[in-house]
Design a protein around this ligand. Sequence first.
Ligand SMILES: CC(C)(COP(=O)(O)OP(=O)(O)OC[C@H]1O[C@@H](n2cnc3c(N)ncnc32)[C@H](O)[C@@H]1OP(=O)(O)O)[C@@H](O)C(=O)NCCC(=O)NCCS
Length: 176
Amino acid sequence: MPQTVVLRPWGDEDLAILEANNAPEMMTYLGGSETAEKVAHRHRVFLDGWTNDDTWVFAILVDGTPVGSVGYWPSTHGETPIFEAGWSVHTPFQGRGYGAAALGLCIQDARARATADRRLLYAFPRIDNAASNRICEKAGMTNTGEEAFEYPKGVPITCNAWAIDLVAPAPSPPGR
Ligand SMILES: CC(C)(COP(=O)(O)OP(=O)(O)OC[C@H]1O[C@@H](n2cnc3c(N)ncnc32)[C@H](O)[C@@H]1OP(=O)(O)O)[C@@H](O)C(=O)NCCC(=O)NCCS
């Protein structure tokens, strides 16, 4: 039976999603598990983001069950104002297309916030994060090349810079 992936703006009840995101196997490419204080702070930032309308993070729901998070926020790439996206799908739910579907919905949401001055959405998965690089490709993003990055702050890593133009029309699904 087809399953429905929807995004719901981050809510008070979603701390449990961040706690599951923080499992060691989920944090392999993100610098390892964080402290409970840091997770609680992230939850606050996600809640405040909707209140302040400056960071838009969603719970990913599959037939109503929370399976992870996806979101985006304003950032810069060099001197260029951009949106940056990030995501996690909990281990038992991975490999079923939910990550790519959620990223596609997130890009759709971001299109409404794009302007002539901030029209590109980027993601920076570590080059060895095969699943994350793949969902960028599946969601129609373009790999613009490798870049040196720091994540967490102070830890040098090499990422692929994937980008999509939010103002350009969305590509038609194959076969249309
Ligand atoms: C990245 C992540 C969200 C993907 O979620 P998901 O629901 O499994 O994604 P999907 O099922 O939509 O797609 C995963 C794709 O990656 C592929 N993939 C997964 N592991 C892979 C690997 N080791 N090597 C090559 N491809 C891999 C899958 O085959 C699938 O591609 P396909 O549909 O062409 O077969 C999930 O793995 C995750 O949360 N990882 C931990 C957190 C993280 O790294 N976040 C991102 C930081 S940039």
